[in-house]
Design a protein around this ligand. Structure first.
Ligand SMILES: [Zn+2]
Length: 264
């Protein structure tokens, strides 16, 4: 539909017509050290994506959290890192990002056999809703941005779920650019998933967090966190998985990590 593309182009123009504010650069500098590992071109692209994200998404604070530019830019930067080399410059199904000051309690309903219902409450750092919202704990989003080597990042995790949901099912497979990629993706991911389950069962160490063994969707989200934050270990220990993620995201964080080692 032509008019749709025109409106989209107009919105993109509105979002990016002003230069990236200096204060936002300072926030990135202070809160998001990964930015410094990117090429000049990628840093430029990241800022373009952040401007679109902050123009289009509704970001609201919950439990009394007042939304500041620091919160907006720190969250947007991590979310947009995933989009850096993808064809799309947006999370099309996402409308709102709702942010709690810290980890929050949420109730969970399980429907058991025989019509029984089990209600439980748990503490969460973030979640993705199918209805176009991502929920986050600001404390954990900030911590995730500051430590780029611990393999844990709630923003990367929840926005990986958003990519997974773009085909409307949370099945651990986002929309791949070529149909021919699905076969290799399925083969590599199912093998890696069962390896993670086995390692946990035998109490062996694994570069990915055990939460990835919950189901296929969590596996993709946790694999994404590991890909960006522990790329060298993932590449060394699970080369095929690393390669699938590299082909999908069209980024090579292991190469970036090696360049930093060389510089320092
Ligand atoms: Zn998850």
């Amino acid at each position: 539909m032509k008019w749709f593309h025109l409106i989209r182009r107009w919105r993109r123009w509105r979002a990016t017509r002003l230069p990236f504010p200096n204060e936002w650069n300072e926030i990135l500098n202070k809160n998001f050290p990964l930015d410094r590992t990117l090429s000049q071109e990628d840093r430029h692209r990241l800022r373009y994506l952040i401007q679109i994200f902050l123009y289009e998404k509704n970001i609201r604070g919950l439990n009394g959290l007042a939304i500041t530019d620091e919160i907006r830019v720190t969250v947007a930067a991590q979310a947009c890192l995933l989009l850096l080399h993808l064809d799309e410059d947006d999370f099309p199904n996402l409308y709102s990002v709702l942010i709690y000051p810290t980890a929050y309690e949420a109730s969970h309903t399980e429907y058991l056999e025989g019509g029984l219902i089990r209600e439980s409450r748990d503490l969460r750092l973030g979640e993705t809703s199918k209805r176009g919202a991502v929920l986050l704990s600001w404390q954990d989003a900030k911590y995730g941005a500051a430590d780029i080597h611990d393999g844990q990042n709630v923003v990367l995790h929840e926005f990986a779920h958003q990519l997974d949901l773009e085909n409307n099912v949370a099945d651990g497979a986002p929309l791949l650019p070529r149909r021919s990629m699905y076969l290799a993706w399925a083969r590599v991911f199912s093998k890696a998933y069962s390896e993670l389950q086995k390692d946990i069962e035998h109490h062996h160490k694994h570069v990915m967090s055990a939460y990835g063994a919950t189901n296929a969707a969590e596996f993709f989200a946790v694999a994404t966190e590991t890909f960006f934050e522990k790329p060298l270990a993932l590449k060394n220990q699970h080369f095929e998985l690393y390669e699938q993620l590299r082909l999908f995201y069209r980024q090579d964080p292991a190469k970036r990590a090696r360049n930093i080692d060389r510089k320092s």
